[in-house]
Design a protein around this ligand. Sequence first.
Ligand code: ZN
Length: 163
Amino acid sequence: MTNHRFRVSPLPPDIVRQARRSRTDAFGNDLVERRDDDRHQCRSCLRLTEPGEPYLALAHRPFPTAHPFAETGPIYVHARACAPYSDSHEYPAKFPRQEVVLRAYGSNDEITDARFVGERRVEEVIGELLDDGRNAYLHARNSTYGCFMFRIDRAADGAEPAR
Ligand SMILES: [Zn+2]
């Protein structure tokens, strides 16, 4: 279901390209190609890797500048080139919908709110947080491992939210 209230952003393509090309991340870590029998969340295409498919683990800080609230943590991307996520009004279909924490940040990038999604519809919780004017944008994270998944902004098309 297309949702015109929010916009999902994958990892910026330049960060992904740089990681694949240089095999280092922004923090100087060497990136080795990994493979195992699990499926992992690629933060570029926002799909899952296939079992045995090579992937890279890199450190990422999903904020423009360093400050006390700007956490750095591990994320995965396909080792091969993949198309950055473009269904931006859709919650990524293969990503978790319940074991998710949504963290809200103000325009100064300091945290303003956080919700565990659990049994609720993830789109509904996203909508509630974006209805609150204190919240400039959201980060979706895995609730158990705590890893960053993607950023969510208010849709920029100016459409009044359909209720
Ligand atoms: Zn990918």
